[in-house]
Design a protein around this ligand. Structure first.
Ligand SMILES: [Zn+2]
Length: 152
């Protein structure tokens, strides 16, 4: 039996919603998905953390030309952008395929992954997050959100 979680992260890696916004988002998920409060965890890290999708990981693609990025190249970029002291630094990188500017956070990940200080993690309720709920959550949090399906 594997573990499934849904992670919601702000579009901007540095963004941290206020306490009340976090509580409103938790209440919304709790009510909509009929979860226990203990199954929904808002977390804020001191540094920017990589939010992976676990076993759902398939590939990384260029956001400009969609070319698949070699995993070794991506890992090297990840290493360059990380330090134990400061976590991840999201800076401009050049794509190897078409030499255009992007960031690690803007690469197209299959399945979606991303970088953030804040994350709202819930157990997977077993169905897709509706567009309506996502809009409500984005309005509660005060930021556009990225949905990450984690499977371990
Ligand atoms: Zn490209």
């Amino acid at each position: 039996m594997s573990d499934h979680y849904i992670c919601l992260i702000p579009a901007e890696p540095d963004f941290i919603p206020g306490e009340e916004s976090q509580a409103a988002a938790v209440a919304l998920i709790q009510k909509t998905w009929n979860l226990e409060k203990s199954e929904i965890t808002p977390e804020t890290d001191t540094h920017i953390v990589f939010r992976d999708c676990g076993e759902n990981f398939e590939s990384v693609h260029c956001p400009h030309c969609s070319a698949e990025m070699e995993i070794g190249h991506w890992q090297a970029l990840m290493d360059q952008s990380y330090s134990d002291e400061n976590g991840f630094t999201i800076s401009t990188i050049q794509t190897p395929c078409c030499s255009k500017s992007t960031t690690l956070n803007d690469l197209c990940y299959k399945w979606p992954m991303g970088f953030s200080r804040f994350v709202l993690r819930t157990v997977d309720p077993g169905y897709e997050i509706s567009d309506y709920l996502l809009i409500e959550l984005e309005s509660a949090i005060g930021s556009e959100l990225r949905v990450i399906h984690q499977m371990y």
